[in-house]
Design a protein around this ligand. Structure first.
Ligand code: ATP
Ligand code: MG
Length: 180
């Protein structure tokens, strides 16, 4: 399994549709300060279901929508699509290529889709959770986060182990069922 491409449209500083293609192996994103490198990482976290505006370095979730510049008006929606090569079947879905997408409208609504078919956030979380991808999966390790791991309490350490063992998925489903 590897990430094939990421398309951003109206996400943070990426007003126009922008597609990044990834080859297997290591990809480095380089550029001057403020050019949008971290925004690319934010887009990855966001499309995989990140719900915390702070994690995305904003105050509100709508801060991910292109806010406009001197020469360009703000946009009404942010869209990110991530295409994953699944030819090894690591994701539990019958497609060798999987595209997950997320759209947020300034009016508040949001949409998720898997290979173009509308779905719930939970479906995306479920799809990714055994693959090591997705929210809270520590595939994205931000500055300062390593410190957090080293200083973790026993409870927090247990959380990492549950995540690695694939138990978190079931815990999340149980919690959702109990809320109903
Ligand atoms: P550094 O090297 O300093 O870490 P970077 O390449 O990681 O820089 P980013 O943090 O990705 O830079 O990009 C910051 C830029 O994105 C800022 O210019 C900021 O104004 C712009 N930006 C963030 N959110 C939005 C938004 N909603 N609309 C328009 N521009 C935005
Ligand atoms: Mg940065």
């Amino acid at each position: 399994m590897h990430l094939k491409s990421l398309t951003l449209r109206g996400f943070k500083s990426f007003a126009s549709a922008t597609t990044l293609e990834f080859e297997p192996g290591i990809t480095c994103v380089v550029g001057p300060n403020g050019s949008g490198k971290s925004n690319v990482v934010d887009a990855l976290a966001w499309v995989m279901g990140e719900q915390g505006a702070k994690t995305l370095r904003g105050g509100n979730m709508s801060d991910v929508i292109f806010a406009g510049t001197a020469g360009r008006p703000p946009l009404g929606r942010a869209e990110v699509a991530l295409t994953i090569d699944n030819s090894d079947g690591a994701l539990p879905i019958e497609y060798s290529e999987v595209t997950i997408s997320r759209t947020l409208f300034r009016s508040g609504g949001s949409e998720y889709a898997i290979n173009g078919a509308p779905c719930r956030l939970l479906d995306i979380q479920d799809l990714l959770s055994d693959s090591g991808l997705g929210r809270e999966m520590h595939v994205i390790v931000g500055q300062g986060q390593l410190d957090g791991v080293l200083r973790a309490t026993p409870e927090e350490r247990r959380h990492f182990i549950e995540e690695a063992a694939g138990i978190l998925k079931h815990r999340r489903r149980k919690e959702k069922a109990l809320r109903k």
